[in-house]
Design a binder for this molecule. Structure first.
Ligand code: ATP
Ligand code: MG
Length: 647
């Protein structure tokens, strides 16, 4: 199962970075970090160069993170304007609609004019440098255009996923005191309409919202007739009719805010992560180029929503800063049918496809048929992000989707890190299914034990980063104390990721899951990823989630939620078989105590399993589930509570 996939010759040949180059680059980044990052900063256009590279203290009493502090630049200029001369007529954004009949290619020149016009409308509505603007958008080009328009005039955007409720939206508007919301009449997903404007209207009535909110700018998308409030709501197309096609880029300090983004909420109340202009943009561009081996003309598709950090860094900022062709997809993997992803790949001749384990597992559940119905010959690289990818799913992605031709980059990172931190490089890294492999040049991870001692060599412990990198978050918006407490109070001068991790003899990193989720069975600590991967490797199992619950003898017992593959009947025999299976795969210590059949698992809107909710149910504490505002499908939870086993 855990076999090695050596670098593919074709990938090595084309890539800019082979293994020797990786090792040399890594070495340089460790020996001379300031020199390394100064060189990397050359990928951006600066209005005024910086004189100081780095001013960082991770000391909890004086925590500050500043990069390229006195440099001046504009993110939108770097993503749009500077490409006009060399690639004005090249496609910047390739948009594919929810409806397979709809698509659009937007060149850099067109992007420039659309961004400038929207920026001028924002200015007319009173938005000035330093303001916050909330985006509540479907996956249409205007979502990216709105982000860039904010960046152009120096307003920080806060993108709220279009699937969130009016309450979640209201909370995020109030938290960052947004003056303006940009939305659309409706969104479209999987053939269904999403009432975005109606949700904004509902949010307006929530306490505190209208203390800050002055205007709502509405994009006409489905042409649904939506009520417009006089003096507050404005149609974009009407306001745009009489603004100039040209809008200067605001000169921004490198440390001026670029955006605020709330985390997924897998572990608790979402945090308003603040990223700034210079360091973030540079880090997004750098990682997008090296991890995806992005070269001119490649057609690149990241399937994430712009509501997540993945969409920010790897649909919008990284690719556009690199002058890439970036695809934006409005739809879902199973509409009109389970072949959709691969139909899109064929239609647009996509070369690079970056998606999440949750999507891969969902597609795998339907078998190989929908994949094999398509060609996929254009693909050369696959990517994964969001959760540990189970080796079983990895092999399926590699062999069935990629036909063994395409390396997989399993990218570990966080909203807080701004960009990818640990990942293979396609031309450099031998792959091990389930491992994010090695740190990128410039990134120094370490494993600690619970007392903060650094573990060397082969080890398992808490994943920390020991030195700052430009893409690092700067603070929790409006709550610097929470920033200090969450990331820098556990270990002195270390950034604590919250994830557990194992390092193997080759120096490869294996994320074992969130530290909050670690199991402790009779004194043996165990990550959730390993047990879940063993279960998913069984032919009957589509998806599994593992949590601990109080157990008289073992301290903690293993409680497992299992979703079966399409068409498989849950039986007592199967339950016994799965227990034996895990026992054989990992060892007696990992034998599940309770196995509950789960028609679905509670997930965040970005598709991550929310184990903290499963833990409450397993502990029979289902009355107290904590913050569930980012839960995708609350009905799933009701079913799990009704059928819980530990009562
Ligand atoms: P919150 O911080 O609000 O609980 P979250 O951690 O889910 O939410 P994100 O920043 O979206 O918010 O997710 C980052 C986390 O996702 C990482 O800390 C890690 O646990 C997990 N993750 C992301 N990519 C990978 C990967 N390739 N392998 C393993 N885990 C991953
Ligand atoms: Mg997190």
């Amino acid at each position: 199962m855990k076999k090695l996939h050596p670098v593919l010759p074709a990938a090595r040949e084309r890539a800019l970075i082979d293994n020797d180059a990786y090792l040399a680059m890594y070495q340089q980044s460790v020996e001379d970090p300031e020199g390394f990052w100064t060189e990397q900063a050359g990928r951006l256009d600066w209005f005024k160069p910086f004189s100081r590279v780095k001013d960082v203290s991770w000391d909890a009493d004086d925590l500050h993170v500043r990069w390229f502090d006195d440099g001046v630049l504009n993110a939108c200029y770097n993503c749009v304007d500077r490409h006009l001369e060399t690639r004005g007529d090249q496609t910047a954004i390739l948009w594919e609609g929810d409806d397979p009949a709809r698509d659009e290619a937007i060149t850099y020149r067109q992007l420039h004019s659309r961004v400038s016009r929207m920026a001028n409308v924002l200015k007319e509505l009173g938005v000035v440098k330093g303001d916050r603007v909330t985006l509540y958008m479907p996956m249409i080009p205007e979502a990216a255009i709105a982000m860039l328009a904010c960046a152009r005039i120096g307003a920080a955007h806060s993108v709220v996923f279009g699937g969130f409720s009016p309450d979640a939206l209201a909370g995020r508007i109030v938290d960052c005191e947004s003056k303006l919301v940009i939305t659309a009449d409706e969104g479209l997903r999987g053939g269904r309409k999403v009432p975005l404007k109606a949700n904004v209207d509902a949010a307006k009535s929530r306490p505190g919202v209208m203390d800050h909110l002055e205007s709502v700018l509405v994009v006409r998308n489905t042409d649904a007739g939506v009520p417009m409030q006089d003096g507050v709501d404005h149609w974009l197309h009407e306001r745009e009719a009489d603004v100039a096609d040209d809008c200067p880029c605001e000169p921004m300090g490198a440390e001026d805010p670029l955006f605020i983004l709330y985390t997924s909420g897998s572990t608790g109340k979402p945090k308003g992560v603040l990223h700034t202009t210079g360091g973030y943009l540079l880090y997004a561009a750098y990682t997008h180029e090296i991890v995806f081996d992005y070269q001119d003309g490649d057609i690149y598709w990241c399937t994430a929503d712009v509501g997540w950090i993945t969409g920010h860094s790897y649909i919008v900022y990284g690719p556009l800063a690199n002058g890439a062709i970036t695809m934006m997809f409005e739809g879902v993997p199973n509409y009109p049918d389970y072949s959709r992803f691969w139909q899109v790949v064929d239609k647009h001749q996509v070369n690079i496809c970056y998606t999440a384990p949750t999507a891969i597992r969902a597609l795998m559940r339907e078998g190989e048929g929908p994949v094999k119905a398509t060609s996929r010959q254009s693909l050369r690289l696959l990517g994964s992000v969001g959760e540990p990818i189970n080796p079983e799913a990895w092999e399926w992605y590699y062999n069935v989707v990629g036909e063994g031709r395409c390396p997989i980059v399993d990218t570990w990172w966080q909203t807080e890190t701004g960009g990818i931190m640990i990942s293979p490089l396609p031309g450099a890294t031998d792959l091990k299914p389930g491992s994010a492999t090695r740190p990128l040049p410039g990134i120094k991870p370490a494993l600690l034990d619970a007392d903060g001692n650094t573990l060397e060599g082969e080890a398992e412990g808490l994943l920390v980063i020991t030195d700052s990198w430009p893409g690092q978050m700067r603070t929790v918006y409006g709550d610097h104390a929470r920033f200090v407490k969450t990331y820098f109070s556990a270990f002195r001068n270390r950034y604590f990721t919250g994830d557990g991790c194992r390092r193997d003899k080759d120096g490869y990193y294996w994320i074992t899951g969130r530290v909050d989720d670690v199991l402790n069975i009779s004194g043996h600590r165990m990550g959730t990823a390993e047990v879940e991967s063993a279960l998913v490797a069984h032919k009957a199992v589509a998806e599994a989630a593992v949590v601990g619950y109080p157990h008289d003898i073992k301290g903690q017992g293993i409680y497992v939620y299992v979703t079966l593959n399409a068409g498989i009947e849950p039986t007592e025999e199967l339950r016994a078989e799965l227990r034996q299976w895990v026992r054989k795969e990992i060892g007696p210590i990992a034998t599940p105590d309770l196995i509950q059949w789960a028609p679905g698992l509670p997930k965040t809107r970005s598709g991550k399993i929310m184990r903290r909710i499963l833990r409450k149910i397993a502990e029979n504490e289902y009355g107290n589930l904590g913050d569930t505002s980012t839960l995708a499908d609350p009905d799933v939870v009701d079913d799990l509570i009704a059928n819980r086993l530990n009562r």
